[in-house]
Write a protein that binds this ligand. Structure first.
Ligand code: PAF
Length: 304
């Protein structure tokens, strides 16, 4: 993997990439969910360009950006193994130089649910993602379903700002007990790690009721919330059944639906979701394999 740290080197490395490019933006602290994004990008594009940048503008005043887990050497080794061609890992000043003063704000979609709990969060996400899309000019950009509302916000901004890239959503990758993979999971101590499955248990119960015919929004939201309320280590933030695309409240639980949940478990804020409807996720993370092993792709590109 070629590691670049400034815009000039990124432009040069991007210019050297042949054929279609898939962008995988990350904040590092990589886990199986990120690697599924890289694999999905590698299976569909000639080259994968990943970014590693803990974006300070998406953290609120009460959230500690300095405490976000970081392991750059480990992350770059994982990118290398996964066949990433170029990794852009800039310092903060490269993305936000002195005088930087533009914010991309995506209206109502960014203000509800997760946006209401974390004011300004999606402004930071939209601003940095807009910059990364301009800097890397990908054919497609890959995002995980776990941050479902983020995928809707980014899709909106790509459409509204006429960014010539496709947004691809890759399904959530889960631990064997169902916990959605997240960089924050490494903060869950022993008992909190077990308790953290209360989010997915609530979602699974709600899906089971929906499958059995329940279409009442209140009943489904109560089903999501029940295991979280019953868990002494957890505090529920929201359990919400929404239109999957607009994130608006719905009167009846008809697809396309997003069942969205956020809770603190042992002091760690976790989110998860389940989707009901066709075609909401583009790639099932369980089925993605690299199209060629990385060594072969490098040789094909003549990089030896
Ligand atoms: O999902 C994330 O890791 C971040 O929100 C992203 C998309 C890399 C922007 O900083």
């Amino acid at each position: 993997v070629i590691v670049v740290r400034n815009r000039a080197d990124l432009a040069a490395a991007r210019g050297d990439l042949q054929g279609s490019v898939g962008l995988v933006p990350t904040m590092g602290a990589l886990h199986g969910g990120h690697l599924a994004l890289v694999r999905a990008a590698g299976a569909a594009q000639e080259a994968v360009l990943a970014t590693l940048f803990v974006n300070p503008t998406q953290f609120g005043p009460e959230e500690d950006v300095a405490a976000y887990p970081r392991d750059e050497a480990g992350d770059l080794a994982l990118f290398e193994q996964a066949g990433v061609a170029v990794a852009f890992a800039p310092p903060v000043e490269e993305i936000y130089p002195t005088g930087f003063s533009t914010t991309v704000r995506v209206g109502e979609l960014a203000a509800v649910v997760e946006g209401a709990s974390r004011p300004g969060h999606f402004d930071g996400v939209a601003t940095v993602v807009a910059k990364l899309l301009h800097l890397t000019r990908p054919d497609s950009a890959y995002f995980g379903q776990k941050d479902w509302q983020q995928t809707r916000v980014i899709r909106r901004l790509v459409e509204d700002l006429n960014v010539p890239a496709r947004v691809i959503v890759v399904g959530t990758v889960r631990e064997p007990d169902g916990l959605a993979m997240s960089s924050r999971n490494r903060w869950l101590g022993g008992p909190a790690r077990g308790a953290a499955t209360c989010l997915v248990r609530g979602l699974r119960e709600a899906i089971a009721r929906w499958d059995a015919g329940e279409r009442g929004v209140d009943a489904l939201e109560a089903a999501i919330a029940a295991p979280i309320r019953a868990e002494p280590m957890a505090q529920l933030d929201y359990a919400s059944v929404r239109d999957a695309h607009t994130l608006r409240p719905v009167a009846r639980a008809d697809p396309p639906l997003a069942l969205l949940v956020a809770a603190r478990v042992g002091g760690v804020r976790l989110i998860d979701n389940a989707l009901i409807g066709e075609g909401l996720v583009d790639v099932d993370a369980r089925h993605v394999q690299p199209r060629h092993p990385p060594w072969r792709r490098r040789r094909e590109r003549g990089a030896h």
